[in-house]
Design a protein. Structure first.
Length: 311
């Protein structure tokens, strides 16, 4: 919401060029929630919102980020029927959230019969940056904005396993080849040609390199740079660690059909063990102490904002 003085002195569109949304903790509309079983989840939700609000107040008092609005909202999906905005954080349940948005919008009757490719490449859902500035402004102010986050190291390892430990026609030739060429001494011709077989240590060298041979990717970009949680006032902060209960509570909040539950299935590589604390520990063993510290530093703000314990 705009500060009062801005509301009166400027047109709604003038501030988009250097947008700054002061965090304002608005009460969540809970009129659609049925039954008392959500009490604990609601309390957790309020704590998360307050924590992020307090953090942003402190952080923004020192630093005012100037960013064009269209860039700020480029990862946000719109569902107009139930008036929700979802900021996509890859490797934090985003595929199933897109399936749910497709059901909410009436595109399909069930989340269970939508393929991975249809979810990510089908272009069934609109992003907020596809609207004009006035429509963006209206939705940001009127719709329920939500985000689901994940422990940064778990998210990072999950992304590495998904993109580099399985055949991939995009990540191996685009990222793999560049990473192997720059960070592997005496790489053989096959590895240089295919980009397959990137090691976790090589991936981290790429991540931490200020002169990366290939750019960043949304699967390991910081959440702070994907969703701008101190500039956009998210009404609901879900966590991957409590995905099912958070998601189903959120669906109650926005008046989703009673029979719609968040899908439990793993989107791809379903036979693989889920990336958890123990799996992450095994991968971090491949790094030096300095590399581990620098990787933590890279995700420092994500750890702080969402109150995750440092590894």
């Amino acid at each position: 919401h705009l500060p009062d003085q801005q509301k009166t002195s400027e047109s709604p569109l003038s501030w988009f060029r250097g947008v700054y949304l002061p965090p304002a903790l608005q009460p969540l509309n809970k009129t659609l929630v049925k039954g008392g079983k959500w009490k604990d989840i609601d309390s957790t939700q309020e704590r998360r919102r307050s924590f992020l609000h307090d953090f942003c107040k402190k952080y923004n008092s020192r630093k005012k980020l100037q960013t064009h609005l269209v860039h700020l909202v480029s990862r946000i999906y719109v569902e107009d029927r139930h008036k929700v905005l979802y900021c996509e954080v890859p490797k934090a349940g985003c595929s199933n959230w897109k399936r749910v948005l497709m059901v909410l919008s009436g595109l399909t009757a069930s989340a269970h019969n939508i393929s991975h490719d249809d979810v990510h490449y089908g272009k069934h859902l609109r992003k907020l940056d596809s609207y004009d500035l006035k429509e963006i402004y209206t939705r940001l102010n009127m719709y329920t904005k939500f985000i689901f986050v994940r422990d940064p190291m778990e998210r990072l390892v999950s992304a590495f396993r998904d993109k580099f430990e399985h055949p991939n026609s995009y990540y191996h030739p685009v990222f793999g080849k560049a990473i192997i060429k720059k960070y592997r001494h005496n790489a053989d011709e096959e590895a240089l040609k295919t980009g397959s077989g990137v090691k976790f240590k090589e991936f981290i060298q790429y991540l931490l390199d200020s002169h990366r041979p290939v750019g960043m990717d949304i699967h390991w970009e910081q959440i702070t740079k994907l969703c701008y949680p101190c500039l956009i006032n998210y009404d609901f902060i879900g966590k991957f660690e409590t995905l099912e209960e958070d998601a189903n509570y959120f669906l109650q909040l926005v008046g989703a059909p009673a029979d719609l539950k968040f899908p439990k299935f793993k989107d791809r590589h379903s036979s693989d063990e889920r990336t958890n604390v123990e799996v992450v520990r095994q991968y971090l063993k491949e790094l030096s102490k300095e590399e581990r510290q620098l990787t933590y530093n890279f995700y420092y703000l994500d750890y702080l904002m969402f109150n995750y314990t440092s590894p």
